[in-house]
Ligand binder design. Structure first.
Ligand code: AMP
Ligand code: MG
Length: 401
């Protein structure tokens, strides 16, 4: 059986960055840009007023005050029609183009209308350029505004809009299909009958996929019946990643690996030295140039959750082209003694005793079917294989949830 590190290395080898795709700017948030984006305009497109006030000739205000003739009013969206000469001013609104002849804007608060078309100004330090944003000072036409590789945030959607782009080439969000397998499963809205339980993994995995910036595609529940698994797996293989829950252990009806094999999915590993999550299955299908990665997660909800965080999240990040470590690992200090039993490296739920000082205590936990106890968990402690007594103050690796 391979180790967690070996499993992660295999995922790294097989999960390649997806080809670039043109998407709507709004859908590009979180994605890496796959092209250099150049501006198709100067911004601002003209020398622009940055204040509501009066466009003036700065030299008229050398003595800090003046009375000027107001020759026109320029509102945003309109263009000046007259040239401003000495002793003249044009009333101007923020965003409007500066008229020829003027070289400064005095803010309205420093002015007073005297009569129909005359203004009195009291304003110190008015020099050429005051309250004017020069043409192309933010963006020059043809200049690169965003470079390939940039991770797009809402702010970049604004910049794209400014340069006329409502679509952009990005490394797309991976589409991740989820199939929950098991004869015992009923939908969330149903009350489970005898021998039945609700499908909690499906919604949890969908939420984990969304949190990992993938696009979840929920394929619902498949019974442990070859025909049904075959049909639903075929649909799931159209996605970039197919995540199955259940059916990969040693039970009589654990049919997933053999049905996957019939669909040309090649196994890369099955079983990892890990608790919970040992039965995890990973494979890949390449058919006419289209690659799908397939994860078979053990059905126990905590196993499923942990395997997703350790392995699937990593694959989603790699397909999306992100190189940052997807795991939020931390070294923590045990707040109390703990005896760990187990022949496999274990991820054990724990809570922060003091998050700032990174001290944590293991929770009372009944194992991989005990999802409810995980609600109190802030992190998972990574205990190495083997029975060992840990003391308060011992340092141990953790994975922050
Ligand atoms: P399996 O991996 O199919 O052997 O399932 C292991 C355990 O997880 C069994 O107790 C299942 O009932 C449970 N289980 C499987 N799938 C789910 C699911 N989608 N939601 C909640 N529990 C599940
Ligand atoms: Mg099952």
């Amino acid at each position: 059986m391979i180790s967690i590190t070996e499993a992660l290395d295999l995922i790294d080898q097989h999960a390649a960055k997806s080809p670039a795709q043109q998407v709507a700017a709004l859908e590009a948030v979180g994605c890496l840009l796959a092209e250099d984006v150049a501006s198709d305009i100067d911004s601002p497109p003209y020398d622009k007023a940055m204040m509501d006030g009066y466009a003036v000739v700065a030299a008229d205000l050398a003595s800090d005050s003046a009375e000027l003739d107001v020759i026109e009013v320029i509102t945003a969206g309109n263009v000046p029609t007259k040239k401003v000469a000495a002793s003249q001013a044009a009333q101007i609104m923020t965003g409007a183009p500066i008229p020829a002849g003027a070289d400064a804007v005095v803010m309205i608060e420093q002015t007073q209308m005297i009569g129909e078309a005359r203004v009195r100004i009291e304003a110190p330090n008015i020099t050429a350029g005051k309250n004017i944003m020069p043409k192309a000072s933010s963006l020059a036409r043809g200049a690169t505004v965003l470079s390939a590789g940039k991770r797009l945030r809402p702010l970049e959607v604004g910049i794209l809009a400014e340069v006329g782009r409502d679509h952009v080439s990005v490394v797309p969000q991976p589409r991740v299909a989820i199939l929950s397998t098991g004869d015992e499963l009923v939908e969330v809205g149903e009350m489970p009958g005898p021998g039945r339980i609700r499908n909690s993994n499906g919604p949890m995995l969908a939420a984990q996929i969304a949190a990992a910036e993938g696009t979840p595609i929920n394929l619902g529940i498949a019974r442990d019946v070859r025909q049904e698994l075959t049909e639903k797996i075929a649909r799931g293989l159209e996605a970039d990643i197919l995540v199955l829950s259940g059916g990969v252990s040693a039970g009589l009806l654990d049919l997933v690996p053999s049905v996957l094999a019939e669909h040309q999915v090649v196994q890369i590993f099955h079983k990892v030295q890990l608790k919970p999550g040992k039965p995890i299955w990973f494979g890949k299908r390449v058919v006419s140039g289209k690659t799908t990665l397939v994860f078979g997660l053990p059905g126990n909800p905590v196993s499923s959750m942990v395997c997703f965080e350790l392995f699937v999240r990593r694959a989603i990040g790699l397909l999306a082209g992100r190189t940052e470590n997807e795991l939020r690992s931390a070294e923590v200090e045990l707040a109390e003694p703990f005896f760990h039993r187990g022949d496999r490296p274990t991820l054990f739920p724990a809570r922060w005793v003091n998050a700032a000082q990174r001290t944590a205590a293991p929770l009372a936990w009944k194992g991989s079917a005990d999802l409810a106890a995980m609600a109190a968990a802030d992190l998972l402690l990574q205990f190495p294989a083997g029975d060992a007594e840990y003391l308060a103050g011992d340092r141990i690796a953790g994975l922050v949830l």
